[in-house]
Design a protein around this ligand. Structure first.
Ligand SMILES: CC(C)(COP(=O)(O)OP(=O)(O)OC[C@H]1O[C@@H](n2cnc3c(N)ncnc32)[C@H](O)[C@@H]1OP(=O)(O)O)[C@@H](O)C(=O)NCCC(=O)NCCS
Length: 213
């Protein structure tokens, strides 16, 4: 996961989480998502914060399939961090046609650029391009704000992490391209127990290349 700012506690199984049940039943009857469901990307609000935590918990279950259940066991982003992101306009939600959140992302600012701190989509909604749309929204807003790039740190060898972001136009930074702030984020991840040999920093350049000649 992109740079978490505090150690993550182990949590219990999510399937028994009453708040999760509430989120699921709040969707309309016959709740299997189809490709026809309309997804809206919008900025997050205070009322979305709990849903973000539930989405993050559910999404992390995807790591079980590749024997990285320690990621699934992590606690989600804390409410105060999400709240701050939402107040600053750094929290993005993907919602179904009933405005029920199914995915989210938030950034913080590193080297004057948005740095994706978290991106998660409910497992039932994954692989429909929702993650890509959230990143697109972040990149568009960043470009409008005059930022040069969007950055993140991630696992280089997990299919829905490094290779996925590469498909979306991010490039892996060489170590000599790391800023002091990116080095600090990777050091924090090491302190949290993430396998740093598998962590990479990536950058989506937003400035169009200048024509030659
Ligand atoms: C990363 C994540 C948000 C992507 O959301 P999404 O809505 O599924 O993203 P998209 O539909 O835009 O693209 C999904 C791509 O991820 C890759 N991917 C996802 N699941 C995969 C799997 N089981 N095996 C191989 N590749 C997979 C594929 O490249 C896939 O594209 P494809 O469906 O065209 O093959 C989602 O996988 C997730 O929540 N993962 C858990 C949390 C996480 O790892 N967050 C990123 C932290 S850096």
């Amino acid at each position: 996961m992109p740079g978490h700012s505090e150690p993550r506690k182990r949590s219990g199984r999510r399937s028994h989480d009453k708040r999760w049940v509430t989120l699921r039943v709040s969707k309309k009857q016959g709740d299997v998502p189809t490709r026809d469901d309309e997804i809206t990307i919008r900025l997050g609000r205070t009322s979305d914060l709990q849903a973000c935590r539930l989405i993050e918990n559910d999404a992390a279950g995807i790591f079980e399939a590749i024997n990285m259940s320690e990621i699934d066991d992590d606690s989600p982003s804390d409410i105060a961090t999400l709240d701050e992101a939402s107040r600053d306009g750094r929290l993005w939600l993907a919602c179904d046609d009933d405005d029920v959140p199914v995915g989210f992302a938030y950034t913080h600012t590193v080297d004057d650029c948005p740095h994706i701190q978290e991106l998660a989509v409910l497992r039932a909604w994954q692989r429909r391009g929702i993650g890509a749309r959230l990143i697109e929204a972040i990149a568009r807003a960043a470009r409008q704000a005059g930022a040069e790039a969007v950055t993140l740190t991630t696992f280089g060898d997990v299919p829905w992490n490094g290779p996925y972001y590469a498909r979306l136009g991010f490039r892996t930074l060489a170590e000599d391209e790391f800023s002091a702030a990116l080095r600090e984020i990777l050091a924090e991840e090491k302190a949290l127990g993430l396998d740093v040999t598998r962590r990479i920093a990536m950058r989506l350049d937003l400035r169009a290349p200048t024509p030659k000649g």
